[in-house]
Design a protein around this ligand. Structure first.
Ligand SMILES: [Zn+2]
Ligand SMILES: [Zn+2]
Ligand SMILES: [Zn+2]
Length: 758
């Protein structure tokens, strides 16, 4: 007989891990105990060596889909004389926050019950078990048990209670356990003046959807607006009512087979689609696959996801066609999540609301993932991930709250060797978004039982996240440069302390000199950075307005490339812009009036896209840049010329030769797809040339590719293919490359700046 202690770190609490270990132990024949500990789960197992080996092997092999093992550490301990395997109650000490896991997609066992006519949960929209169901979005406090969830008002019936109490049952201690006898129920609220009919809520909602109606559906972290994705008129109606002109809608499909019919899907993409987090996955859509054109009017990228609640499964099954499922809100406001606000906010948008009486305690938007140049990457880390801990290779010396950026805001709290991202907040531009931000921070502080006295924020004085930081009393504020934070987030993901060569390409970020940066080569350490290279700035006439009226950026490119006198035939590329508007923008640029300097690589995508595609305006952030990316002809391998001025500090990339060459091409009727490819190839060449030069000068350092521009597959893939030292390249996976990922870096930099002080 021998004894083994197995310590497991990761998301192993609140996912049915201990009962699962119990069942495995009983099957294999080991005795001992399993308990939650502050960092995960500890198992002490006793038996013959052969049985223990088999136990450990199976533990690693058939892990639960919802569990996420980060580390498994095994040591030998003295044998004990026991006759059973037991689940020990959780101790009062330790990291109680770990007990709240993220929300988990419906498991296979529950899905089968849902469809089984003989099961007591047949067709029941709130079926769940220890391996699946709502968690974070129903938790009202800690520790995570039923009394501290929005299920507290529902008393379990005898049958449910028996399952809950039976250690051999797959619903043992499943906090949201429920059935049609005792649990939440659906209802349908008609907003179109019609009285609800006698048939059941789900069937009536499905019938409405089939007739082209817009139905709001209460999900895990908020309401979705749903409509038939194959019905162009229905999708148009939804766009009009939601005031969303062209931004693509996500589409939910019933199964992986249905997804394959609509998009090209690789093995990696399939894994993302079916993961327990169930993110929206951005895929290359198939032409003429039956979806309405209005779903994603101007991009080949299609966001698909699979059902993740029993309600979704039942609805998709009843409707028998793909459904648009988009966050229920008007333009950029936070997602709607309360029954009482739903009716008021969705009046005039939805024809009916399919709702239920289980409250959502915390709103949480869908997450978004994409395989970027071979790497599965989380682009928006929210439902399914929050509040999963992120382990740090270097612990922070004190708890830190990091407030994130302005657009696509996510905050982060770091404490000890762990960091927690909050849910996706969105663009901090409205009072409603700011309220959500503050409320979410309060809540995360409550469940983590921490109130950090260090608060990290962006350097931009105008960001609402910065202003919020400054309203916190009795805290030490640390301002962190935006691109340094991007790089530090990626360093943390790879457990690297620096130095690192950071390449941060994005749309904008406040620079130390007060101008907007975003084409930055930074030598990064944990607490400081040195700026080695950047891009020659453009003047954005009208400031933020230029992000929508991208012709202003196109004109700025021309104005700079031709020393203030662009040829008139190049100006004709600006589409339907009035000459008087162009004269005004020219004046603003020349006088530097409301025309701030910007170095963001994302702005070059906007500007070149505006010129080559004749697109004067973006109806949503990045629209023209994305279109510009997508037209690129992959078979074109040559690049536009550029210069790098190494006499300046930092070095400066000059793309004016590229602008002139592109104008010549466009005048010579070269296809926009070829122009786009040469532009992309120029950016690849710039990056590779600078990296090789910096490696020669600074030594063989790891390179961190970060910033929103690296959501662009071409750029990341080609740079990787062309640099000499590929194994030094760091790319994003778990932490978003865009501004949704920077809070982690902010927290770590702030901690490093303060060092051992205070
Ligand atoms: Zn389940
Ligand atoms: Zn029940
Ligand atoms: Zn950024």
């Amino acid at each position: 007989m021998a004894g083994h202690r197995i310590q497991i770190r990761g998301t192993v609490q609140g996912v049915g891990f201990r009962p699962w270990v119990y069942r495995l132990a009983s099957r294999v024949g080991v005795v001992g105990r399993v308990r939650n500990d502050p960092r995960g789960v500890t198992i002490e197992a006793f038996g013959s060596q052969a049985i223990l080996d088999r136990f450990t092997k199976e533990l690693q092999r058939d892990t639960l889909p919802a569990a996420h093992i980060v580390e498994l550490c095994e040591t030998t301990i003295p044998d004990e004389d026991l006759d059973a395997f037991v689940i020990e109650p959780s101790g009062a000490t330790g990291h109680r926050a770990l007990s709240i896991p993220p929300d988990l997609a419906t498991c296979e066992d529950c899905r089968k019950e849902l469809l089984d006519r003989h099961d007591r949960r047949f067709g029941y929209a709130f079926t769940n078990c220890t391996a699946c169901g709502p968690r974070f979005t129903i938790a009202t406090g800690i520790p995570y048990d039923r009394a501290a969830t929005t299920m507290s008002g529902f008393t379990m019936c005898a049958a449910c209670q028996a399952e809950y109490d039976d250690v051999g049952d797959r619903r043992f201690h499943a906090q949201p356990n429920a059935c049609p006898e005792c649990g939440p129920a659906l209802s349908l609220d008609r907003l179109d003046g019609q009285a609800p009919s006698e048939v059941n809520a789900l069937a009536e909602a499905a019938a409405l959807l089939s007739r082209g109606a817009v139905v709001a559906v209460k999900g895990l972290g908020g309401f979705h607006l749903a409509c038939d994705a194959s019905d162009g008129a229905a999708v148009r109606r939804l766009r009009e009512r939601k005031h969303r002109d062209e931004k693509p809608f996500a589409v939910m499909v019933a199964s992986l087979d249905a997804a394959h019919a609509l998009a090209e899907i690789s093995a990696d993409e399939e894994a993302l689609l079916t993961a327990a987090e169930r993110p929206v996955v951005l895929l290359r859509g198939r032409q003429d696959a039956g979806l309405a054109l209005e779903v994603s009017p101007d991009t080949a990228l299609l966001g698909l996801f699979l059902p993740y609640t029993p309600l979704h499964h039942l609805l998709l099954d009843a409707v028998q066609r793909p459904l648009v499922m988009t966050s229920a809100n008007v333009s950029d406001e936070p997602i709607c999540y309360e029954n009482r606000e739903a009716r008021q906010r969705l009046e005039g948008i939805a024809d009916a609301i399919l709702l239920h009486n289980r409250e959502i305690a915390m709103r949480c938007d869908d997450s978004v993932s994409r395989v970027i140049a071979g790497t599965p990457t989380i682009m928006r880390r929210s439902r399914g991930f929050v509040p999963r801990p992120f382990y740090l290779s270097r612990p922070v010396a004190r708890p830190v709250l990091a407030c994130g950026a302005h657009l696509k805001n996510t905050f982060c709290i770091a404490m000890g060797d762990t960091a927690y991202f909050g849910p996706h907040i969105g663009d901090l531009e409205t009072v409603a978004a700011l309220d959500f931000f503050e409320e979410a921070i309060e809540r995360m502080q409550t469940i983590l039982e921490v109130r950090p006295d260090v608060v990290a924020h962006d350097l931009h004085p105008g960001y609402l996240s910065t202003r919020y930081a400054k309203t916190r009393d009795d805290v030490t504020l640390v301002g962190v440069q935006h691109h340094h934070a991007h790089v530090a987030s990626l360093m943390a993901e790879h457990g690297i302390q620096g130095p690192v060569l950071g390449v941060a390409y994005d749309g904008t970020g406040f620079g130390e000199d007060g101008t907007s940066w975003g084409g930055e080569f930074l030598l990064c350490f944990a607490e400081r950075y040195e700026r080695l290279a950047t891009f020659r700035p453009l003047r954005l006439a009208g400031g933020d307005l230029a992000m929508r009226e991208v012709w202003r950026i196109g004109y700025a490119l021309l104005h700079d490339a031709y020393d203030g006198a662009p040829p008139s035939d190049s100006i004709s590329l600006l589409g339907d812009v009035r000459p008087s508007s162009i004269r005004l923008v020219k004046q603003m640029i020349e006088r530097g009036l409301n025309a701030p300097q910007a170095r963001g690589v994302g702005r070059f995508f906007d500007g070149f896209g505006a010129l080559a595609l004749g697109r004067a305006r973006s109806t949503y952030e990045g629209q023209v840049a994305i279109a510009w990316d997508q037209v690129a002809n992959e078979s074109v391998s040559n690049a536009y010329p550029f210069e790098i001025d190494r006499m300046r500090t930092p070095w400066e990339v000059d793309l004016r030769p590229a602008v002139r060459a592109a104008v010549d091409d466009l005048g010579g009727a070269v296809h926009a797809g070829d122009v786009s490819a040469r532009f992309h190839n120029a950016l690849v060449a710039v990056t590779v040339e600078l990296l090789e030069a910096l490696w020669a000068e600074r030594g063989d350092l790891p390179v961190a590719l970060t910033g929103g521009v690296f959501q662009n597959a071409w750029l990341a893939g080609e740079i990787e293919a062309k640099i000499s030292n590929k194994n030094r390249l760091l790319r994003h996976g778990e932490v978003p490359p865009g501004d949704g990922g920077i809070a982690l870096g902010q927290a770590l930099i702030a901690d490093a700046i303060l060092g051992d002080k205070g």
